[in-house]
Design a protein around this ligand. Sequence first.
Ligand SMILES: N[C@@H](CCC(=O)N[C@@H](CS)C(=O)NCC(=O)O)C(=O)O
Length: 221
Amino acid sequence: MSKIIVYGIDLSPPVRAVLLTLKALELPYEYKEVDLASGGHKRPEFLQKNPQGTVPTIDDNGSIIWDSHAICSYLVDKYGKTDALYPKDLLKRAGVNQRMYFDASSIYMALWNCSRPFWVEGCTVVSKEKTGNILEALRLTDVFLGENLYITGDTLTIADFCCAATVSSLPAVLDIDPVKYSKVTAWLERLSKLPYYAEANAVGATKYIQYMRSQWTNVEL
Ligand SMILES: N[C@@H](CCC(=O)N[C@@H](CS)C(=O)NCC(=O)O)C(=O)O
């Protein structure tokens, strides 16, 4: 079996969600860094693989897949020794999917709407409306967690990887109040104990947070 190739950059939350999944499944992979700052994702050879020009993108023996949520689901379905990380039971799977779509459409979009104007136009101001969207995503994540250990219940799933990779990156814009968002804080703390969490997520998240924080001139709260 040839190794899965991952195109990515560890500053990227969705790339880190895929790395968490690969590590959890103990799958070997080859990492090919795509330098977004110099337009590596807009080069013809990359666009030929993924016309959307986004990372993460994987090449699994010639099959190209992108979007972190699609990749994580695929990896567990294809390579998981059990379905624990992405249950086959329809209702459980629907719960995991809901959280992953919430990440894609709400948490990640809230972060992306702050950071994209910086990367594309050099905008260093984040408006109150945008920080408000981040706070709303945090509030909902806290509500979803409730008394559960993980984002969809009492077991770890790929929805935890996708949501946590993004949520742990939100301090790039604002601090996560540990009292107001106590469930989020405890959940991230719980995940940080996974043996592969630091390498797959925390190192990249810290780099991303430090870099973005050094660039903002005004974050309106
Ligand atoms: N929904 C996608 C989002 C991927 C995405 O937006 N990745 C960013 C890096 S964090 C990217 O490739 N941006 C380049 C661009 O949009 O031009 C996923 O989950 O994979």
